[in-house]
Each structure stands twice: as C-alpha cells, then as structure tokens.
Design a protein around this ligand. Structure first.
Ligand SMILES: NC(=O)c1ccc[n+]([C@@H]2O[C@H](COP(=O)([O-])OP(=O)(O)OC[C@H]3O[C@@H](n4cnc5c(N)ncnc54)[C@H](OP(=O)(O)O)[C@@H]3O)[C@@H](O)[C@H]2O)c1
Length: 273
C-alpha cells in the first residue's frame, strides 16, 4: 500500500521537498501525511497537540508540528511562518468542519467558525504562500503544488449542512478560478472533492446517524488526490460522486480556462486602441 501511494505522487511529479498539511490531527489530513513520499518533509498543523505529537513520533525526523487554531490570526501567521521557513513546495489546505442541523438552529458563532476555517484560512494561506512557492519553483525548476480539499457537497445544496456546503462551493469555485489564473506558472493547483469519508467529521458536526453508506477510507482520498495533482484541476472521489460530478467538474474547469483566455485576448485588443 505504502509503495503504491508513493508511486501515486512519484508517477509524474518528483517528491515535494516540503508539504504543509492543515487538519493533520485526524481523518484525511493524517492520511495525507502518511501517503506522501518519505523524502518529503511535512509540517503538520491542527489544534490537538497530543494527536500531532503522536503522528510526529510515527513519521520521525521528517515531520514537524505547529499547534494552531486557524481562526486566530496570530496562530495562522505561525503556520505561514513555518511553511515559509521550511520552503514548502506543497500546501494542502485540508482542515475543515461543518455544523449539522438547520441553519437557524445553530448559534451564528458556529457558522462564523466554519467560514473562518473552511474559507478565510484557505484563501489567506494561499495568498501568503503561493507567491513564494512560485518564485522557488522558478529558481529550482521543480513545480510547486496547491491542494484545496473541497467536497462533493460543493456541487449541490445540502440542507442541514447549508453553511458547510456553501463554504465548499466557494473553495471549489475559488480553486478553479485560481488554477486558470496561474495556468502559465510552475504550480499545479487541485481541488479535491470527495464524497463521504470515514472520519470523525460527521460526529464532530453533531450528526448522530453514523457513517454514510459507502463511505470511503481517508487513505483512498489522500492517494487519489495526490495522484491527480498535476493532471487535472478538480478530482471527484468516490463511485457515486465521481459518476455524478466528474463531467460537471470538467465542464467548469474548461469554462474557467476559456474565460481566462477570452479576457486575455480582450485585454490585448483593448490595449491596441
Ligand atoms: N469526512 C467526509 O465525509 C468529508 C467529505 C468531503 C470532504 N471532507 C473535507 O475533508 C477535510 C478533512 O476532514 P475530515 O473528514 O478528515 O474531518 P476530521 O477528521 O474532523 O478532521 C478535520 C481536521 O480539521 C482540523 N480543524 C478543525 N477546526 C480547526 C481549527 N479551528 N483550526 C485548525 N484546524 C482545525 C481538525 O484539527 P483539530 O481539531 O486538531 O484542530 C482536524 O485535523 C475537511 O475540509 C472536510 O470538509 C470531508
């Protein structure tokens, strides 16, 4: 299994020098940490210091940890500082949460936290880290990578997870647009859209119904996401989700690229006046 996962990213891209993984204290983030090649230094972040220490002990010297709450500006800055200091050439924006129930039933503070972690932190980490990653890629001739973990919920309304689904729609749309803007730069950008995954996400959201039927392992999500990096801009994972949304994802990404080209041509034509 381990070798297969390593091959997934080794296939066409060299092993990243250093990867920042948010939400590495469990579920899909932990699976990303294990799936990356052994030569990749990993920066693991999350709020749970104990869980970070256990994963660091398992991964050894190639791992470092930053205990940080992504809703807190100073702590987010520490994550950015650690990634810059280590010269991360892969950023995996994976941390995320949702609040199960009717929108009006939850205190607005819960929705605000979802927006901060799922959207603001993703955009801020991207905005602050990507310029340096591109400059490094140009110097070293090794492409950088950015993975934003969205969800299949990004494609549909999800009553009882309304804020969560809307936040993931934003992550998907942003990542598609950003990938088109940077198409000529040495960075591979990917939105990962898994269907249901067997993690603590549902119970932490307050859902008491247990795992969704057909939920995937986090290892499958990590491995398929890493395999897709550099090959496409959106990957939809899981039999039901992939069947329903892969075509939609392809059309969206194609439209994003067409819009980018059209606006470049119109700007060039406008400049002739
Ligand atoms: N599970 C699914 O069915 C599913 C499906 C599609 C997409 N996803 C997405 O996959 C990603 C990973 O979720 P998961 O399923 O692995 O869930 P999980 O097991 O609950 O893990 C969520 C991670 O996010 C971190 N996190 C939450 N709030 C944070 C905060 N304020 N500051 C810093 N880190 C925070 C948690 O770390 P701490 O608690 O230690 O801070 C944890 O490591 C999420 O973006 C989720 O939306 C999940």
């Amino acid at each position: 299994m381990r070798n297969r996962l390593k091959d997934a990213i080794h296939g066409e891209r060299p092993a990243p020098k250093c990867a920042l993984i948010t939400g590495a204290t469990g579920g899909i983030g932990e699976a990303f940490a294990r799936a990356l090649p052994e030569e990749t230094h990993v920066i693991l972040t999350g709020r749970d210091e104990n869980k970070l220490a256990i994963l660091r002990a398992e991964l050894g010297d190639r791992a470092e940890t930053v205990v940080a709450d992504l809703t807190k500006v100073g702590e987010l800055d520490q994550v950015i500082g650690a990634a810059e200091a280590a010269g991360c050439d892969l950023v995996i924006n994976n941390a995320g949460l949702g609040e199960y129930g009717d929108f009006l039933a939850a205190d607005f503070e819960k929705h605000r936290t979802t927006l901060r972690v799922n959207i603001e932190a993703v955009l801020e980490l991207t905005h602050k880290l990507v310029p340096g990653m591109i400059a490094q890629a140009e110097r070293t001739d090794q492409r950088a990578g950015l993975i934003n973990v969205a969800s299949s919920a990004a494609f549909i309304p999800v009553p009882t997870l309304a804020t969560y689904a809307a936040s993931k729609a934003m992550v998907l749309s942003f990542t598609e647009s950003f990938a088109a803007e940077l198409a000529d730069k040495p960075i591979d950008i990917l939105a990962s859209c898994p269907g249901a995954v067997k993690t603590e996400f549902g119970s932490r959201a307050g859902f008491k119904g247990g795992a969704m039927p057909g939920a995937m392992s986090p290892d499958k999500v990590a491995s398929e996401t890493l395999s897709a990096l550099g090959r496409q801009t959106t990957v939809v994972i899981g039999p039901v989700s992939a069947g329903a949304f892969t075509g939609v994802a392809f059309a969206r990404s194609t439209f994003g690229q067409m819009f980018m080209r059209a606006s470049q041509v119109m700007e060039r034509m406008g400049n002739r006046d």
